[in-house]
Design a protein around this ligand. Structure first.
Ligand code: VG1
Ligand code: CO
Length: 543
């Protein structure tokens, strides 16, 4: 095989964020930009003989071009073979499953997740290690360091692969196998959940609506819900993958999944509605006229896990990201199992799952998952809920209200201020940090500040330390405000303000979260001066 060695110059901005490198498509289309980053990944790895690379993406604009380039670079960098999803498609959890099931050395996932796609929008690339999970920080730090000194990349002169045709082609000993992206994943789901019970639940007149938001979960949902569970075809919406996600923002929340929300709150509302994001790792759960906060969803799945065949033996432990509400902590305490608090981003759960310390993990950002793969998993979460509905015969709302009655409610909301100039966002963070030592003991209405810190995490498995993971303002009553900057955006800065108050009072539990949190929101503004420093009176997205 002929290998070209191409001279290149480093780019200075290839630092992976919360989940890989995300940039505008036109940034990736710059000469050598994608190649530099891929070569930086490969230079960081010690690729053994006979290594296989898993490859796929969420189908957004530039996916197919990038896949052809990466296949040629994998050949030139010593991989023996590549497993690639048909049409270049693999959802993030499906890619994680392929890495694990076929014991591949690692995987490259092409996605900017919930960010919009298209020539003017976003693209992303991420490396996953052999456990199927996102590369930990010690690897992403090395990739970034390499990207700053790179001088050349290697690419093989082999023909383009026909991504539409299943099967294997071989060039000089290097093989590329185009695999069915859906089947292995659907089989895994079928092995974990009580499909017969869900089938019966559907057959007895219960209705489901799933919105793939024109993104990667469409074909997976069709196979699982319609073909394997017998749901009528009109249970699906927006299930054809489009390169620009139908011009939308494939983020399953109350703002961006408005079309589904309208149905779930309409006169003919189905029993259960759900949506997933661009790359299939997020989920939004809705009942009839009822929204389930992701933090509550995690807690409720943990509390009822034994009703799901895969977890019938109970859970070893649970983990949540720091900004996620403490609802799951209460469940863990009652079950007598461990509960870990990690920084934002799925990569921090990998070691805990590999060590068998946790089975269930979640983030407030509509991410829930378990140790069946090493990514969060949108359709898995939907199936957890369907399994619980089928097993209990309850509605979504009554399951949640009973949970609150039993455990109390962690009233929760996240306010995002998107596309803020970086200087202003940094000023908000700096202003809170500057007061950190004076705030404890100060009283703001009903709230007395107990401690203020910048979250840092020591991984209990390998001892690695991650600092600067978000400012926490903890109040004496147990309420919290967390402020951090997003690590996934591609334009300006996004300030995330996470608000949480705990209540055992049944009357308070009925309130809308924004009303119940109104005073805490005002206090967070008073302390951070966010409105004054950014000129923003309202968040752009409330979840
Ligand atoms: C956001 C979420 C975080 C999630 C990450 C990747 O990160 O807050 O919880 O793990 O997105 O999810 P940030 O740094 O912007 O807050 V996904 O579905 O975009 O891969
Ligand atoms: Co995602």
């Amino acid at each position: 095989m002929h290998i070209q060695v191409i001279a290149t110059q480093p780019f200075t901005d290839q630092k992976p964020g919360t989940s890989g490198l995300r940039k505008k498509v036109r940034v990736f289309q710059q000469l050598h930009y994608l190649q530099n980053f891929v070569q930086s990944i490969f230079n960081t790895l010690e690729i053994p003989e006979n290594a296989t690379l898993t490859l796929g993406g969420d189908g957004r604009f530039y996916n197919k071009e990038a896949i052809q380039i990466i296949i040629k670079m994998a050949a030139a960098n010593g991989f023996a073979s590549v497993l690639v999803g048909q049409h270049g498609i693999l959802s993030t959890p499906a890619a994680s499953n392929v890495i694990r099931k076929y014991h591949t050395f690692g995987g490259i996932i092409l996605s900017a997740s919930h960010n919009p796609g298209g020539p003017e929008d976003d693209f992303g690339i991420k490396y996953n290690i052999s456990n199927g999970g996102p590369a930990p920080e010690k690897i992403t730090d090395r990739i970034f360091a390499t990207s700053k000194t790179i001088t050349e990349y290697r690419i093989a002169e082999i023909p383009e692969v026909n991504l539409s045709k299943l099967g294997t082609t071989v060039h000089d000993g290097f093989s590329v196998t185009v695999i069915d992206p859906v089947r292995d994943y659907a089989d895994l789901m079928q092995s974990m959940f009580d499909f017969s019970a869900i089938k019966r639940w559907l057959a007895t007149g219960h209705r489901l609506k799933f919105d793939a938001m024109h993104a990667v979960t469409g074909p997976y949902a069709r196979e699982i819900f319609v073909h394997r569970l017998g749901a009528p075809a009109d249970s699906l919406m927006n299930c054809d993958v489009s390169e620009n996600f139908g011009g939308g923002h494939p983020d399953p929340n109350l703002t961006y999944a408005a079309e589904l929300v309208k149905i779930a709150y309409g006169a003919q509302a189905p029993d259960f509605s759900a949506a997933s994001d661009g790359d299939g790792d997020r989920n939004m759960i809705l009942g009839q006229h009822f929204f389930v906060t992701p933090s509550d969803s995690l807690a409720l799945i943990a509390a009822n896990a034994r009703l799901i065949p895969a977890y019938a033996q109970g859970l070893s432990g649970v983990a949540r990201s720091m900004p996620t509400s403490g609802a799951v902590d209460r469940v863990a305490a009652r079950l007598g199992i461990a509960c870990y608090e990690t920084p934002t981003g799925w990569k921090f759960f990998g070691n805990l799952m590999d060590a068998g310390r946790v089975a269930l993990c979640g983030e407030e950002s509509f991410g829930t998952g378990s140790d069946h793969v090493r990514e969060k998993d949108g359709l898995w979460a939907v199936l957890c809920w369907l399994n619980l509905l089928a097993a209990t015969g309850e509605s979504v709302e009554s399951l949640v209200r009973k949970h609150w009655q039993s455990y109390g409610r962690n009233v929760y909301s996240r306010h995002d201020y998107e596309n803020v100039p970086a200087a202003q966002a940094n000023a908000v963070i700096a202003h809170v940090k500057a007061q950190a030592s004076q705030l404890p003991g100060q009283v703001f209405g009903a709230y007395t500040v107990k401690t203020v810190d910048d979250f840092s995490y020591t991984d209990p498995v390998d001892g690695s330390v991650s600092t600067g993971q978000g400012l926490r303002i903890l109040f004496a009553c147990g309420s919290r405000v967390v402020i951090r900057l997003s690590g996934t955006g591609t334009e300006g800065a996004t300030i995330r303000v996470y608000l949480e108050a705990f209540t055992e009072d049944a009357a308070q539990q009925q309130l809308d979260a924004q009303d119940a949190l109104a005073e805490l929101i005002a206090v967070s503004h008073q302390i951070s001066l966010l409105p004054q420093l950014t000129g923003r009176q309202q968040p752009t997205v409330i979840t």
